[in-house]
Design a protein. Structure first.
Lengths: 477, 129
């Protein structure tokens, strides 16, 4: 019978090596996913802030150039002030960049970015990106563009300041004005190139980061999903196995219950019969009308009944003994030794004296319960003797061989044989006696050895022909 | 109690047969009692005596657990033999079996009664009155 397996093993199995790896993989992937997404958001946010900053930088520089040209033409001081105001934006960015490149103070860098009209919430991300990515190629290149643009801003500022000085000291000729305007336009054009390059580089980098992150996210999601599916599958499989074991145990218990019921019914039947008979015989004995001859007959029948009852009780005790402590006394047994022992014990019995046993042990040794192996051999051999044919000498063949890795024991005889078509179904049932006039049989032998064999994981079957003989084939393990 | 021409006791237990014979004789159920050790012997007896009006059993007490041919196998064979017309004999199962499976199986056959051993005046009266 299968033992109940729903115990700590099932719980432990959830935490087995393979499962722990899966759980760790899911946890690590989830953590990695969170970290990657956090830094991606921070990076893209900072990149966005720089692109916005570039836009304001560009606008400040262009408006500044426009105001400077207007100042040059109209000589309106307000335009010169506006030029200086607009230029504060790129100059603020420039101050921040210099601060970041030269380990300037947080306050000075922050002041630069704020002067450049960057949003206060973006400043920290911008500083973080610069500090951590300034050595990374895309940022390094962007910073170079920025630095070059700053130089141009410096030039623009110098041109502006020069115009202011000239305006204050005297007239500027039209030709000079044209030259100055061309100079301003040239700086602006160069700046536009630098600004565009800066913006394109960061924009492209942001798109590339997004693409990589998308793939990494997808990969990690697939990894997590796969791990969860594998883990669930394992869990479901374990549950199903547990369910199957439970079902099997239930089935075994039900079968055991039915078997036990049958055992009790059969045992009570064969115990009740002699008791009923004894009651009847005693009643008859008590009757005054019973003659002396009859009384002797009754006493004889009582003796017979008591002997039968004793045999049944001994038989039942053997069945119960055979059922108990199945595997505990397993040891190595020799078929030859056990057979010799049987022959020695039975050589003077009425059946034993006129019988021949031919043994072919192709497998000589087996690990089996000695007591039960003896019981199997004894029952099969005794049956062969008991149900011998009156017409010929009893010859019993006993053979062992290895078939598909299992030890097979065969006992064949030339006895009465069994009509399997009519009685095969009840051959191994309790208290089944198939042959008339063999009152010494209790009908327990084959029932008992079948139980023993099956409880050891083996099987027994029979081939037989009435009038020819029987062959019992036992697969022992 | 009705008197029967011929009673057949089918039982492998010789002591049980002896006791039942005594009871049936004492109660004067019949003057002609025969025994058979198993179903096969009983079938043989019936077919041998079928044509002899006086010896054909009109009451059969049938045990279940017997060698060679058990009670149920006997009933099946008898049904075949008589084409399902079992009214010729009154059949009463007489057994020590308490197994409900046996009792259920018995209902599939045309039997007149099911008695748990031992046979007594009381249980005989129920079926033979």
């Amino acid at each position: 019978m299968t033992a109940i397996k729903i115990d700590n093993e099932e719980v432990k199995s959830i935490f087995r090596k393979g499962n722990i790896s899966l759980i760790l993989l899911v946890v690590a992937s989830s953590a990695l996913l969170t970290v990657i997404n956090y830094y991606t958001i921070r990076t893209t946010s900072a990149v966005r802030a720089y692109i916005n900053g570039e836009s304001r930088y560009s606008k400040g520089q262009k408006d500044g150039s426009r105001h400077l040209i207007t100042y040059l033409i109209l000589q309106d001081n307000e335009q010169y002030d506006l030029f200086n105001d607009e230029l504060k934006v790129p100059i603020g960015d420039s101050l921040a960049r210099v601060g970041l490149s030269t380990n300037g103070t947080y306050q000075s860098i922050r002041a630069g970015f704020l002067q450049a009209k960057n949003h206060v919430d973006d400043v920290d991300d911008m500083m973080w990106l610069f500090k951590n990515f300034s050595k990374v190629s895309f940022m390094k290149q962007a910073i170079t563009f920025w630095k070059e643009a700053d130089v141009l801003i410096g030039q623009l500022k110098t041109v502006g300041d020069g115009i202011k000085v000239k305006m204050q000291t005297g007239e500027i000729t039209t030709a000079e004005k044209k030259t100055l305007i061309r100079q301003i336009e040239a700086i602006t054009t160069q700046l536009t190139h630098k600004e565009r390059a800066f913006s394109d580089l960061l924009g492209g980098t942001a798109r590339t980061i997004n693409l990589y992150v998308f793939f990494i996210n997808m990969l990690l999601s697939i990894l997590i999903t796969t791990s969860v599916v594998v883990y669930s599958y394992k869990g479901i499989r374990q549950l199903m196995r547990a369910h199957h074991d439970l079902y099997q145990t239930n089935k075994d218990l039900t079968e055991t219950n039915i078997e036990l019921d049958n055992f009790v019914y059969s045992a009570s039947h064969d115990l009740k019969s002699p008791v009923n008979n004894l009651e009847g015989l005693v009643r008859l004995l008590k009757q005054e009308s019973t003659s002396n001859t009859m009384r002797e007959d009754i006493l004889e029948k009582m003796d017979f009944t008591i002997a039968k009852l004793r045999k049944t009780i001994i038989g039942l005790t053997e069945v119960i003994k055979a059922d108990k402590g199945m595997i505990s006394d397993v040891e190595e047994n020799s078929f030859t030794t056990l057979l010799d022992e049987f022959i020695r014990e039975n050589q003077y019995s009425p059946e034993g004296t006129d019988s021949q046993i031919i043994a072919t042990f192709l497998v000589e040794k087996i690990s089996y319960s000695t007591m039960r192996l003896k019981s199997i051999l004894q029952n099969l051999l005794t049956n062969a003797f008991k149900y011998r044919s009156a017409n010929r000498k009893c010859v019993v063949h006993i053979k062992t061989e290895l078939i598909e890795g299992k030890v097979q024991l065969e006992v064949s005889d030339n006895g009465l044989g069994i009509d399997l078509e009519q009685n095969g179904h009840k051959l191994f049932k309790m208290f089944t006696r198939l042959h008339a006039n063999h009152v010494e049989g209790t009908g327990l032998g084959l029932y008992m050895i079948k139980r023993i064999i099956e409880r050891h994981g083996g099987s027994i079957r029979v081939e037989s022909k009435p009038g020819v003989g029987s062959r019992f084939i036992v697969t022992l393990n | 109690m009705k008197k029967y021409n011929c009673v057949l006791l089918v039982d492998d237990d010789l002591v049980s047969c002896f006791l039942n014979k005594e009871i049936l004789t004492t109660l004067e159920v019949t003057d002609d009692i025969h025994t058979a050790g198993n179903g096969e012997e009983a079938l043989h007896f019936i077919s041998e005596n079928q044509k002899k009006q006086n010896h054909c059993p009109d009451l059969i007490f049938l045990d279940i657990n017997m060698p060679v041919m058990d009670g149920f196998q006997f009933l099946s064979e008898l049904e075949k033999l008589q084409n399902g017309q079992l009214q010729i004999a009154k059949i009463i199962i007489l057994t020590s079996s308490n197994n409900p499976v046996d009792r259920k199986l018995a209902t599939q056959f045309h039997i007149s009664g099911y008695i748990n051993k031992p046979l007594t005046w009381e249980n005989l009266e129920i079926y033979l009155a």
